[in-house]
Design a protein around this ligand. Structure first.
Ligand SMILES: Cc1cc2nc3c(=O)[nH]c(=O)nc-3n(C[C@H](O)[C@H](O)[C@H](O)COP(=O)(O)OP(=O)(O)OC[C@H]3O[C@@H](n4cnc5c(N)ncnc54)[C@H](O)[C@@H]3O)c2cc1C
Length: 388
């Protein structure tokens, strides 16, 4: 897309900042990773955001879960999740090397569990589907589960291990990406972009999460998620090591332990755009969490927070050129998966910008032109049109 090729002296642009080659709208994980990658290729990059890291990533749990998140009817998305998860070890190592930051990347794996017989039956349907895709899901008997995590409730009926599903701390990730991008010469502009025509750059990348709809007319909608953060009393690490995703009396809940002692308990999925915390949601999340891991009742409740996932009609991201908008690329709509999809998104969008990845087949299912794009925000997918 841009004539300027990869630079072997990779991108520390310390001189006067001229019109950028690339303007990125949005300093969440997606926008910052794209900016970092582009600057590494010798491009001049500016990132516009009045509040970097304040979007969905501030709330996200940080599960890198291509297996546990492989749902019925989302085959192509599962392929992209798997591809990106495979890039995470290298991405995490490179980011840590570039910044010295600990981003909380952990690889113990994920235990998926069912509390009651009904919960287990529901979980097993999904595991069978995931195994059918060739994904690594290892069923475990209750005794095997408790060997791995003795703190699990004695009543948990069964589970499975997704050994390749890992985790990272999204707040640390964004801080590290910002540091890496700035070190590579990226300019941060602490202002919102009100319309794309205000941005002067060779290429503009819209990586504004839920803010993308107003800027582009793309069908990106807010999907609210409420999350709790607990902390082991006494300041030690939590009493379990794996990410635990469970069904507990019909409630879905996940528990993400961090070395800092924090445990993220999530999350609701609501078609709403407010970020209020409801007592009912806190109650349901806590009850399900404690049903699976009784010791959590002794932890401190240190944060309740809600965020807005950038959802799309098919739950998959929108990656690539906007039809009829020359020089504008979308990197948005990452919904529940923006953290795990950060590495692959950054690589694919950078490849489009440099021209080296223009024919990348991975992009095909995620192009913007699979949706009808409206200017006034009443967007609908072609798929929706077919149903109506
Ligand atoms: C409760 C919850 C749990 C989640 N858990 C996970 C998980 O475990 N794993 C996972 O992979 N994903 C998870 N996600 C999803 C993930 O957080 C998002 O997909 C991801 O943050 C998207 O990244 P982004 O950079 O596109 O957008 P965001 O993180 O939303 O960042 C967008 C940025 O754009 C800026 N912006 C918006 N409009 C403008 C504008 N007009 N001008 C300038 N800047 C603008 C905002 O200030 C913000 O900084 C979760 C999300 C939620 C809410």
């Amino acid at each position: 897309m841009l004539k300027r090729g990869p630079s072997s002296t990779a991108g520390v642009n310390r001189g006067p900042f001229l019109t950028p080659d690339v303007a990125v709208v949005g300093a969440g994980p997606v926008g910052l990773a794209i900016a970092w990658r582009c600057a590494q290729r010798g491009l001049r990059v500016a990132v516009h955001d009045p509040a970097p890291g304040s979007g969905a990533s501030y709330v996200a749990a940080g599960m890198l879960a291509p297996v546990a998140e492989a749902y019925f009817g989302e085959r192509e998305l599962t392929g992209l999740l798997t591809e990106s998860a495979g890039r995470w070890p290298g991405f995490a190592a490179e980011l840590t090397e570039a910044t010295g930051a600990d981003i909380g990347y952990r690889t113990e794996g994920t235990l998926m569990v069912g509390l009651t017989a009904d919960d287990l039956a529901e979980a097993r349907r999904l595991w069978a589907y995931q195994q059918g895709l060739g994904l690594p899901v290892t069923p475990l008997r209750p005794s095997q589960l408790r060997e791995r995590e003795p703190a699990l409730a004695p009543g948990v009926r069964g589970g499975a291990l997704a050994v390749t599903d890992h985790q990272v701390d999204p707040r640390r990730l964004v801080a590290a990406l910002r540091g890496a991008a700035e070190r590579a010469g990226v300019l941060l502009v602490p202002e919102p972009v009100r319309q794309l025509s205000d941005v002067a750059a060779g290429v503009t990348v819209v990586a504004a999460g839920c803010g993308a709809a107003a800027l582009t007319g793309l069908p990106v909608r807010p999907v609210k998620g409420q999350v709790l953060r607990l902390r082991a009393s006494g300041g030690g690490p939590p009493g379990f090591r794996h990410v635990i995703r469970g069904y507990a009396d019909g409630e879905h809940v996940y528990l993400v332990p961090r070395d800092s002692g924090e445990v993220v308990v999530g999350a609701t999925v609501e078609e709403r755009s407010d970020v209020d915390i409801s007592a009912g949601a806190v109650l349901r999340l806590l009850r399900a969490a404690v049903d699976l891991l009784p010791e959590l009742a002794e932890y401190d409740l240190v944060e309740t927070v809600a965020g807005l996932r950038p959802g799309t009609p098919d739950n998959a991201p929108i990656l690539g050129p906007l039809p009829d908008r020359p020089g504008v690329l979308a990197a948005t709509g990452h919904h529940r998966h923006g953290i795990v999809l950060t590495p692959v998104t950054a690589d694919l969008i950078t490849g489009l910008i440099t021209g080296e990845g223009a024919d990348e087949p991975l992009l095909t299912p995620f192009r913007a032109d699979r949706f009808r794009i409206h200017s006034a925000g009443s967007e609908q997918s072609r798929e929706d049109d077919a149903w109506n």
